[in-house]
Design a protein around this ligand. Structure first.
Ligand SMILES: *[C@@H]1O[C@H](CO)[C@@H](O)[C@H](O)[C@H]1NC(C)=O
Ligand SMILES: *[C@@H]1O[C@H](CO)[C@@H](O)[C@H](O)[C@H]1NC(C)=O
Length: 431
């Protein structure tokens, strides 16, 4: 009679939440503790779930998937830690994921593990960010505290706790099967340069997604096809850890083949790949092909080093900006031949931001009263900062030298030499 009454109450209770009778029967069947649980307690749990945003259908899913989240004691402890100690700052989506992916027994000791992170040096103000960023199930709940401790010790060689604060996702990786062999590969390639590996892990923690075998194959390809040695390969990796994400057959091979056809030897390739590594990652159809078309239009020829150099330069800009830059030069009366000559001298002109280029050209003609053609002889003018260098120096020299000064001389001497030239007190330049 008593049981009948309790189950009647539970039926109506769960019915209100949106579960149908069959689901409730399965639920009571899977978690018999519900029959003897205090309904107040169950209700309090439900209210907690709702208060953190787990409600409606997701709540029903959670309850049917893990019926014991309603009764397990570990959940109580976990909830009070999250609400009181962490001030309820853990995101609902994180909590929902935890409750659905791990058995409540894995929630035990969560508070201790968080304390461990703090003891190992995570600043208090960062802890919530970390807990909201990692995969809580993997990084904390199902992992024993000793292993968390060992993981932190392992990673601390590559940048201390700062590395973990910057890249909490590193805690998601498994020590034995992922961290040790994968970092081990990088250590071997980089001859134990822990700082540089710290840089790699900061730039791309997900580099650890790749098996040591995968990384080894990529390195082997760069060794055999591009002629790089281990030291060079490691530098490319440091510049661009995503080199491991680029498919060997679809990206690395054709890109390096292209550069080799342009006449780059292994030394040139190394220089190119450290300066413009994104060339390996960009899409051919959406990016490289368009830039190639522009470069050919300007007058670059296939299979020339000049083309490779220009390509490296425009790797750092969008197709859109490049197109605008070409349009800008044409609108100022330059021809494609001019552009070819200028960009061979100073390839960066093709990659500069179009808006800032235009300001500099306007300043050159408007304020300085010069001819735009002067850029043909000194395209590097466009690379100096307008306010800090061009304006500052022009203003300070104008009165003395009048309009006839050489742009090249005005801009290229170092700041130190410029200010030592005497005619102008240093403070004027600094204004
Ligand atoms: C988090 O880790 C668990 C294993 O503990 C895994 O099943 C789950 O897919 C992971 N979640 C995400 C979002 O990667
Ligand atoms: C690495 O793995 C995680 C989880 O397995 C995935 O979410 C992420 O997108 C992967 N990152 C890369 C760069 O492959």
């Amino acid at each position: 009679m008593m049981n009948y009454c309790v189950s009647g109450m539970l039926f109506s209770f769960f019915g209100v939440l949106g579960l149908d009778e069959a689901e409730i029967e399965v639920l009571l069947d899977k978690n018999s503790a519900l029959m003897s649980a205090s309904l107040d307690l169950v209700r309090a749990r439900i209210l907690f779930f709702q208060s953190v945003g787990i409600d409606g259908f997701p709540l029903c899913l959670l309850i049917t998937k893990r019926p014991n989240v309603l009764t397990a004691e570990e959940v109580d402890h976990f909830i009070s830690f999250v609400v009181d100690d962490l001030e309820g700052k853990i995101e609902a989506s994180q909590l929902e994921r935890v409750f659905t992916t791990v058995e409540p027994r894995f929630l035990a000791g969560f508070d201790q593990k968080v304390k461990l992170l703090l003891e190992r040096g995570v600043p208090e103000e960062k802890i919530v960010h970390i807990l909201n960023t990692v995969n809580l199930s993997k990084a904390l709940c199902t992992r024993p505290a000793e292993e968390i401790d060992r993981t932190i010790t392992f990673l601390s060689r590559f940048g201390g706790i700062d590395l973990i604060v910057k890249r909490p996702k590193l805690l998601n990786y498994d020590m034995e099967s992922q961290l040790i062999p994968r970092v081990g590969f990088l250590m071997k390639l980089g001859r134990g340069d822990e700082d540089a590996i710290g840089t790699v892990l900061t730039k791309l923690p997900a580099v650890l997604n790749y098996s040591a075998e995968h990384m080894k194959n990529h390195a082997e390809f760069l060794r055999s096809f591009a002629g790089l040695n281990d030291e060079e390969i490691f530098k490319v990796v440091v510049a661009y850890p995503n080199v491991f994400s680029a498919s060997r057959d679809r990206k690395l091979y054709p890109r390096i083949q292209f550069l080799k056809e342009c006449g780059l030897d292994s030394e040139d390739l190394f220089r190119f790949l450290t300066k413009a590594p994104l060339f390996l990652g960009h899409s051919f159809d959406d990016n490289i092909a368009h830039k190639l078309v522009y470069l050919i239009k300007i007058g670059y020829r296939y299979r020339t080093k000049d083309l490779a150099v220009a390509m490296g330069s425009v790797t750092r800009t969008s197709c859109q900006n490049m197109q605008k830059v070409l349009g800008l030069f044409l609108s100022y009366g330059f021809s494609y031949e001019d552009l070819l000559a200028m960009s061979k001298k100073h390839p960066q002109i093709l990659q500069y931001n179009c808006v800032s280029l235009e300001k500099k050209m306007e300043y050159l003609i408007g304020e300085m009263g010069r001819e735009i053609e002067e850029l043909l002889a000194f395209p590097a003018f466009l690379g100096y900062k307008l306010d800090d260098r061009i304006k500052a120096r022009y203003e300070s020299r104008r009165k003395i030298l009048g309009g006839g000064m050489s742009l090249n001389k005005l801009l290229t001497v170092s700041s130190e030499r410029f200010s030592q030239r005497g005619e102008t007190p240093v403070h004027v330049i600094e204004e």
